[in-house]
Each structure stands twice: as structure tokens, then as C-alpha cells.
Design a protein around this ligand. Structure first.
Ligand SMILES: Nc1nc2c(ncn2[C@@H]2O[C@H](COP(=O)(O)OP(=O)(O)OP(=O)(O)O)[C@@H](O)[C@H]2O)c(=O)[nH]1
Ligand SMILES: [Mg+2]
Length: 504
């Protein structure tokens, strides 16, 4: 039996950015020739792409965790990290992407439509990129950012050409089995079919897909039975086929009443739909099934004129004896071909981008209270990103972060909110944020010390020459002599006490 998975939960993670590199170029006679640490590579994105060759989500059912390649670290000698390649996941036409809360993120129709499900992290800057005239040789680099990750629910609204609808046990699955190579479960109890079955029918030169949905009962559009959950599969079909059971033994059912009941349910359901050809206007075909049973054949012959009077094409078939199957499959092929010809030209592939909150500039500082007392929480995409880029074991990198935060105004805002040195500051969400004991850099006068990351050794001319060294030596000697002379004068003046003297 062909397995057909129409709903999967997919966990995607984009690649992480590679870390930047802190390195100093070495040349002969010039061992400290400036920063040459390159940037890390960007992590790969996870992209969903509609591929006509893909027909099921089964692959994601079996392997629901997917991760794109990470960027590699930058290296010295300006060798940039390698960019991680994107992970392209093919999905069938008609895949709807939802968040776990049921919010529709994208509805993927049309071959080549792309959806960026998770963005790769940016690579960290190397110390070469961080250097500037004010900061000639930073002794640190930025860390690569983590790639985004997301839990997605993928649902397939089959884009079958033909959809079969009917009461439970009308013989829908039997019809698919008789027309195609699909082997769905068939049994004489209602609701045998729990998920839609899909079959491919070859009729002459024409090839089309056919899907059934679990049986519909009165109230299906309100969620009775299994109907509602699966009605989405018929939203996109070109042709609706009513499978009517002519051999049912239930007293209050006959083909015409069944047809009206199902139509009423479809009309109810269709009221909630938007877009596409309205369900009510799509071509319909009526199949009177089980005519191998003599009473059923009689009944079928009886109702046929009524149905035809409504303008419906009627086919009498038996999925058991295969009587009437060929005319049905060719007639459906014809209707499908006509619908395809009328369908609007396939649109050029569209790129659906991952919707993103655009609030890059701002940040907020909140005074919060928890069990242990008061703390200050800083939220904002920039400060949070900067924190993620910081290697906390490197003091210079931490200092650079402090400078960046001060420049953005976070420091001022903290002061204004009443924070004092030693208070707890959390940058980021309550869970996963980075906790600091706040030391205002403004008060320690860090800005007076000159631009951070200036490695004096690299400054041209600051390395002592031989003359400098000699002068230094003389200075030192002079100083020692001076001290010694001073000591002697003091001792003679009696200020300098002898250790042997008893202090009383
Ligand atoms: N005699 C006869 N029985 C049939 C025919 N087609 C289907 N059946 C029987 O009808 C019963 C129901 O068939 P299914 O194909 O499972 O019906 P269904 O519409 O898919 O039912 P659900 O999946 O429960 O909605 C089975 O016992 C079949 O053997 C037919 O042409 N003649
Ligand atoms: Mg069935």
C-alpha cells in the first residue's frame, strides 16, 4: 500500500556562522605586521522548494530533524571561512507551512516556489575587519551567530486532479484501487480510510491523480466523523466525483438523498474557503457503484434519469467486477485535460520569504523584580546579537561589547532607569539571556584610556630602538644613584632608623 503522509512536524535548523579569527600577520623583520584574521563563513539557510517530482511528505516523516551546513571559522592570513551551503528541502505542490500554533506561514503552490524556513547565522568578523584607524590591532574577533531554528508543521492539501467524495463504505477506496496501482485498505465497516489515499491513473495518453477522503456523514462540515479534517484535500481538485452506494441496506438512504446530503456538507464547508474556483462551480461526476449486485443495478437505472436531468454525467460501475471502469476513467481524463487547459498559465516561481519582525534599531530597558531582588532586563535585536557575538573569555572582546552598548545608549538608559554599579543586568530573554553584574564603563573612564584594542606593540615607532634603550639605561642608573644619595642624607639626618635600635 502506498503510504501517504499528509501532515508532518519538521524541525529545521539553519547553519551556524563561523567564528571570526584574531590573528597578527608576521613578516620577516616585522613580526607584528598588523591584524590579518579573516571573517567566519555564513551558515546555510534551510529552504523549502516546491518540486513537481515530490509527491509526499513521507521523507520528513521518517527524518524530521534537518540542519543546514554551518559556515567554517575564519583563519589568519585573511583566509575567510567557507560559507555553509543551503539545505534545500523539496516539498510537494500544495504544501502548507504552519507554525505549531496553527498560524499559516506559507502556502506553497507552483513549481519552484521557495520558502526560507530558517536563516543561517552570520559569520563573525575577524580582527582585520574590526580594525580601524582608532583601533589598529584588535586582539579579539566576533563569534559567529547561531542559525535560526524552527518547528514547522507541513500539511499537504493534495493537488489531486480528481477527488472522490461519498458516504463511508460507498466504495471510494475500492474505486481508487480499481483505477490505479494504489492499494488502499478496503473493508466493509465505515471509516476504513483514515487518511486520504492517492492514486495515479493512466487513461490513454492522459495521466491524472485521484484522491479519496475519509467518508463524509451529515454534519461533517461541523467536524462530525472524520470529514472536516480532510476536506482540505478536495479544495484544489479540478473535478469532484460523487461515489454513491446503490447497494446500501440502510433504510433512509438512497443515491439521490446521499448526493444531496454530501452537497449540503460541501456547501457548508466551502463557505469558509476563499480563492480558486468555488467548490460549487467545479465540474462534478456521479458514479453509481456496486452494480454487480442485481438490486443495485435496478436502483441505478431508476435514479439515472433524475441525475442526468440535473445536468450531471452519470457512470454506472462495479469496482468488484470492473464493469464500467474504462468509460469512467477516460471521461475523467477528458475533464481533467479540459480543466488543465483552462487553468491560468503557471506563474513564475515566487520567493516567499520568512516573515521577520523588523525592529533592528531600538532596545528597551525594563526594571524587573524576581525572587532574588531587582534586576534590569535589556531587550532589542542589536544588543542581543552583540552579546551572542561576544567571546566572554576575552577581556578585550567584552570591553568592545561594553563600548558598543554604551554607544547605542544602553548604558545611559540603565542609569536613567536607576541601575547602579553591581546591579544584575540581563541582556536577552529571561531564559537564555546573558547575565552581567553591571559596571558602568563611563564611571571608570574607559574612554580616557584610548580606543580599545590598540596593541601598542604594533604601533610603528613605539618599539624601543637601541638609542632609546641606552637612554633608558642611563635614566635608570641616574635614578638609582639619586635614591642612594637620598638614603644617605636621610640617615645622616637621623630619619632613617637602624633595625637594631629599640623602638621603646
Ligand atoms: N459488491 C460490491 N461491493 C463493493 C463494491 N465496491 C466496494 N464494495 C465493498 O464496499 C465496502 C466498502 O468499500 P471501501 O472501498 O472501503 O469504501 P470507502 O468508501 O472507501 O469507505 P470508507 O473508507 O470507510 O469511507 C467493502 O466491503 C467493499 O468490498 C462493488 O462494486 N460491489
Ligand atoms: Mg476508504
Amino acid at each position: 500500500m502506498a503510504t501517504f503522509v499528509d501532515r508532518v512536524v519538521l524541525h529545521v535548523a539553519a547553519g551556524d556562522g563561523g567564528h571570526g579569527c584574531a590573528s597578527i600577520r608576521r613578516e620577516k623583520f616585522k613580526p607584528l605586521a598588523g591584524p590579518d584574521g579573516a571573517n567566519g563563513g555564513k551558515g546555510g539557510d534551510v529552504v523549502l522548494v516546491v518540486d513537481p517530482q515530490t509527491t509526499t511528505l513521507l521523507g520528513y516523516h521518517h527524518r524530521p530533524y534537518r540542519k543546514a551546513e554551518s559556515g567554517t571559522q575564519g583563519a589568519g592570513d585573511m583566509r575567510a571561512g567557507k560559507t555553509g551551503s543551503d539545505l534545500v528541502l523539496t516539498v510537494p505542490e500544495g504544501t502548507v507551512v504552519k507554525s505549531p500554533d496553527g498560524e499559516v506561514l506559507a502556502d506553497l503552490v507552483g513549481a519552484g516556489t521557495r520558502y526560507i524556513a530558517a536563516r543561517g547565522g552570520n559569520g563573525g568578523l575577524g580582527n582585520a575587519a574590526l580594525s580601524s584607524p582608532r583601533r589598529k590591532a584588535p586582539g579579539f574577533a566576533l563569534l559567529g551567530e547561531e542559525g535560526e531554528s524552527a518547528d514547522l508543521v507541513l500539511e499537504l492539501k493534495s493537488v489531486a486532479d480528481v477527488a472522490l467524495v461519498g458516504f463511508p463504505s460507498a466504495g471510494k477506496s475500492s474505486l481508487i484501487a480499481a483505477m490505479s496501482a494504489a492499494r488502499p485498505k478496503i473493508a466493509d465497516y465505515p471509516f476504513t480510510t483514515l487518511v486520504p489515499n492517492l492514486g495515479v491513473v493512466q487513461a490513454g495518453d492522459e495521466r491524472y491523480t485521484i484522491a479519496d477522503v475519509p467518508g463524509l456523514i451529515p454534519g461533517a462540515s461541523q467536524g462530525k466523523g472524520l470529514g472536516l479534517e480532510f476536506l482540505r484535500h478536495i479544495e484544489r481538485c479540478a473535478v469532484l466525483v460523487h461515489v454513491l452506494d446503490c447497494a446500501t441496506l440502510e433504510p433512509d438512504r438512497d443515491p439521490i438523498t446521499d448526493l444531496d446530503t454530501i452537497e449540503a456538507e460541501l456547501a457548508e464547508y466551502a463557505a469558509d474557503l476563499s480563492g480558486g474556483v468555488p467548490l460549487g462551480e467545479r465540474p462534478r461526476v456521479v458514479v453509481l457503484n456496486k452494480i454487480d449486485v442485481p438490486e443495485a443495478r435496478e436502483l441505478a437505472d431508476m435514479v439515472r434519469p433524475d441525475l442526468e436531468a440535473r445536468g450531471l454525467s452519470v457512470f454506472e460501475v462495479s469496482t468488484a467486477s470492473h464493469e464500467g471502469m474504462r468509460p469512467l476513467s477516460f471521461a475523467l481524463a477528458q475533464i481533467v485535460a479540459k480543466a488543465r487547459a483552462e487553468a491560468p498559465m503557471a506563474e513564475a516561481p515566487r520567493t516567499v520569504l520568512c516573515p521577520k519582525a523588523v525592529d533592528d534599531a531600538g532596545f528597551t530597558v525594563m526594571r524587573r523584580t524576581s525572587g532574588d531582588g531587582v534586576y534590569y532586563q535589556v531587550r532589542g535585536s542589536k544588543p542581543e546579537r552583540w552579546v551572542r557575538q561576544t567571546e566572554f573569555s576575552n577581556d578585550e572582546a567584552v570591553g568592545y561589547l561594553a563600548d558598543r552598548l554604551a554607544r547605542l545608549g544602553v548604558e545611559d538608559q540603565l542609569l536613567r532607569s536607576g541601575a547602579v554599579a553591581g546591579d544584575t543586568v540581563v541582556i536577552g530573554p529571561d531564559e537564555g539571556g546573558v547575565v552581567f553584574d553591571w559596571e558602568p564603563t563611563m564611571q571608570t573612564g574607559a574612554e580616557m584610556l584610548g580606543p580599545r584594542g590598540t596593541d601598542l606593540r604594533v604601533e610603528e615607532g613605539t618599539r624601543p630602538t637601541r638609542v632609546d634603550k641606552r637612554r633608558g639605561y642611563h635614566d635608570l642608573m641616574d635614578a638609582r644613584t639619586a635614591t642612594r644619595e637620598e638614603m644617605w642624607t636621610e640617615r645622616e639626618a637621623g630619619h632613617w632608623s637602624d633595625p637594631d635600635d629599640d623602638p621603646v
